[in-house]
Design a protein. Sequence first.
Length: 338
Amino acid sequence: MPAVSIIVPVYNVEHYLSECLDSICNQTFTDFEVLLVDDGSTDTSGSICEDYAAKDTRIRVFHQDNQGVSSARNLALDHVQGRYVLFLDADDFWYVDTCLETLVNEALRTDADIVRGEYKAVDEQGNDLFARKINRRKMKQAYRSVSSATFLKDVIQGEFFLVLSLIKADKVSQIRFRKGQVFLEDMDFYARLMLQPLKCVFVPCRFYAYRKYAQSASSSLSMKRFEDSFLIIGNLKAYATNANDSILKKTLGEYSVLMYYWGMGAIADFCYANRFLIINRLNLKERQQEVKKLMWKYRVFNRASIFVLLPPIMCIPLMRYRNCIIRLGKHALLKFLL
């Protein structure tokens, strides 16, 4: 039985797949299996998977009709044999050959259920774009075993990147990705994972190269992505209700409010011309009332608050000037306090 099961969903990534798989095979830690799920690729990705499997017995390949990344990951989860699970997207790669060894050693040292590292962004050619500074709040928790609530609040900090986390397989044995969800599926999965009482560890080790594409943000937005963005508000509300820890309740409640704010911002930035259609189709008037109740219930008073109080027909135009409004609000608050 391997120590780690590495899950890689594959769909039309023939230009990047070899770099991804080589970054796994070149790891100093070798006790792993790779589960490649070819999700109905129409290019040579499926053949590349089979070629690697023929050369390395640790690699298993599954083929299915195109059903999306959530379905592909679920298929792999049904077949994992390792003690730990780690996800990797087929167009990304690990750029540190010792990263798997680092994550596993930390998991063994602390008996952690989750060990999470860091990432950098690269362009389509793999050149460095940026690596955000690890802030003080996150560094304060480095190498410490903390609860799910503290981990969600201080380490994840809104970056629900599942691919950064080594997870004990038994902690995800009853969790699956929501079929049909094409956006924020990691956030939904991670939130449900955090409902368990887990021992979580953060290691300030950058190992994951996340590939960002040159296409404009607006070209990747669709009505389905907006639907998923606003649907998760209700999901997070339900998870907050079911959470046993008060900090976890408040943090999940806060994220449900922030998701409304981020979703409205995306409409304002990229789909302003279609705002009336989106408001009606997604019933944003009703959602605004729901989120406003959540804001008061969980006492969420941050940059999102002022926009949550406004009806969508007013909120979206003002969101175009949100940075200025937030700065003015902070200035007014400082004057009041002084």
